[in-house]
Design a protein around this ligand. Structure first.
Ligand code: PAD
Ligand code: ZN
Length: 379
């Protein structure tokens, strides 16, 4: 049983990881969090994964208003609910989604809640849907990454951003479903709809890329060729089901993938780094009729260059994938079931755990290529 938490009906203290300035160490400090308003819930965080997108908010590759509480991959326990909340109650364990679907827009209605027009359209990005923030310190307000901000002991989020799970769910593992697992597996199953027997290439074997590998295993892909520049990552990839690995620091990734597929190329190539050059590589790895899927998020001013004629000649396709094209409320629970039945690895994704105060160490380890996922655990 998860502990039921009772909290006062006034602002309370929370320790949070904050980005004030780009490319500076993350500041971990005590701030205040307001009680949840109408349609909102207060979550006591249990775990927050450390994703490259968090690092991209620090570097400005992903632009957000500041100061902002980091974190978008988490799980916790409902501590308090605001007026009108009916789907959860205090004590309920939940996973958080990094897109809060409204359930009513033209995207949500046709089964694309990952593209929810309300979530992506509401300004400012990082505030809750009434346009205000729940975090404060003196006169200063703080935004929250992806409208969740999981790198805080407590977070106020919309009711629609939490997905209740059963009481026996290990929340440190479930946290990873909040971003990396759903994004990676979904890119294979939902965005690309990879057929059994296809050959796939995956460039970037990080926390998201290894979940693309898991997705490829789940759908019965034949060759699963993983490209990275860190030998440790390639070893992880083999552990997760890669049939072939390519060290792109030593050999030409495109040539090697062609060689491994009888010079034909793969049916599907996934770019999971966010680098324009590796996005181009993914495209050049395709066989005729193949699809390249861009998962990695490049800086908004970065461009790619691909010979235009290669699209009609050979019917190659290049598509983007946001949150693994997930229908979060269905897919995230299915992924938990796949874990429970031994078909999806979650334990193995967690290389190292940190306290919130060690968050800068977690980012340094990410940049050094040490971890699949680093995970922040709260008390
Ligand atoms: P990560 O840092 O854990 O992994 C990145 C991997 O890429 C590492 O293993 C690197 O060694 C490897 N790498 C770097 N450069 C090269 C290169 N030139 N050639 C081959 N390999 C290389 O990151 P992550 O897995 O947490 O995130 C990956 C990307 O996915 C990142 O851009 C992030 O912002 C994005 C993302 N997108 C979504 C989405 O919905 N589209 C969701 C979550 C994350
Ligand atoms: Zn993420």
């Amino acid at each position: 049983m998860h502990r039921l938490v009772s909290v006062p009906d006034k602002p309370m203290k929370t320790r949070a990881a904050i980005v004030y300035e780009l490319n500076q160490p993350v500041v971990v400090e005590d701030i205040e969090v307001d009680p949840p308003k109408q349609g909102e819930v207060l979550v006591k965080m249990v775990a927050s994964g450390v994703c490259h997108s968090d690092l991209s908010v620090i570097t400005g590759t992903i632009l957000n208003p500041r100061p902002i509480v980091l974190g978008h991959e988490g799980a916790g326990i409902i501590a308090e609910v605001g007026a009108g909340v009916t789907s959860v109650k205090p004590g309920d364990p939940v996973m958080l989604t990094f897109v809060t679907p409204c359930g009513r827009c033209s995207y949500c209605t046709v089964g694309q809640p990952n593209l929810c027009a309300t979530h992506w359209g509401a300004q400012p990005r990082g505030a809750l849907f009434d346009g205000t923030c729940r975090y404060h310190k003196a006169e200063q307000s703080f935004y929250q990454m992806a409208r969740v901000g999981t790198m805080s002991e407590y977070a106020v989020v919309s009711e629609n951003a939490v997905i209740p799970v059963s009481q026996d769910t290990p929340l440190d593992k479930a946290a990873l479903i909040g971003c990396g697992v759903t994004t990676g597996v979904g890119a294979v199953m939902r965005t690309a709809e990879v057929e059994a027997g296809s050959n796939v290439a995956i460039i970037g074997a990080g926390g998201v890329g290894l979940n693309v590998v898991q997705g490829a295993v789940l759908v019965g892909a034949a060759k699963i060729i993983v490209v990275d520049i860190v030998p440790r990552k390639l070893a992880f990839a083999r552990q997760f089901g890669a049939t072939h690995t390519v060290d792109a620091s030593k050999e030409d990734a495109v040539e090697k993938v062609r060689e491994l597929t009888d010079q034909e190329g793969v049916h599907y190539a996934f770019e999971v780094i966010g680098n324009p050059r590796t996005i181009e590589q993914a495209f050049h790895m395709l066989r005729m009729g193949g699809t390249a899927v861009i998962v990695g998020i490049a800086p908004s001013d970065a461009n790619i260059s691909i010979p235009a004629a290669l699209f009609p000649y050979g019917e190659r396709r290049l598509v983007g994938s946001m949150y693994g094209s997930a229908r979060m409320r269905v897919d995230m629970l299915r992924l938990l079931d796949l874990y429970r039945t031994g078909k999806l690895k979650l334990d193995e994704l967690i290389t190292k755990t940190y306290t919130l105060d060690q968050v800068n160490e977690a980012f340094a380890d990410m940049e050094a290529g040490m971890n699949i996922r680093g995970v922040i655990l709260y008390e």
